[in-house]
Design a protein around this ligand. Sequence first.
Ligand code: FMN
Length: 172
Amino acid sequence: MDLFTALAQRHSYRGPFQDQPVPRADLERIVQAGIQAPSGCNAQTTTFVIVDDPAVLRRIYDVLERPTLPPALIVCIAHPICAFRDMHFELEDCSAAVENMLLAITALGYASVWTDGVLRLDGKGEKIGEILGVPAERQVQVILPVGVPAEACSQREKLPFVQRAWFNQYGQ
Ligand SMILES: Cc1cc2nc3c(=O)[nH]c(=O)nc-3n(C[C@H](O)[C@H](O)[C@H](O)COP(=O)(O)O)c2cc1C
């Protein structure tokens, strides 16, 4: 799929998935797209745990209090470090990796949603980190479910270009 088609077709998908596994080769391709994302000072602070074992998926979704399992999850883990002087870039690094992966997920015909806010509630991110053996100094930041969507869905409407971007002068 052409990059600009993937940009247009990417959307947050929160519906059920078809009962169809995601081949590991596809999961590896998706995560490789995340690995290729830029990072501050090339510090590469984001690491990934790919979960396709139904028993582990169940434990994670129990923490998230969600009944229906996706075929796979990509758990993105941030390493909070000073990458340059006292500057932290791990959230931006993780975000860049996530967007690359969302586009790869779309290009391969799968769907996902950037799952972030819920991880910050009631220590859920930490609980998932414990299940996966994530070192205590690293943080489960974003989770991406991956699967073939069972329902049609499209990207939420965006404001028109003229309301969000300008040449040379803000608002002109
Ligand atoms: C930083 C960030 C955090 C997000 N957290 C969540 C989340 O926790 N749960 C969720 O369902 N969607 C989450 N989303 C997805 C947004 O709700 C979604 O991108 C937005 O509504 C626009 O829809 P679209 O992705 O279809 O364009 C998050 C997106 C971003 C960029």
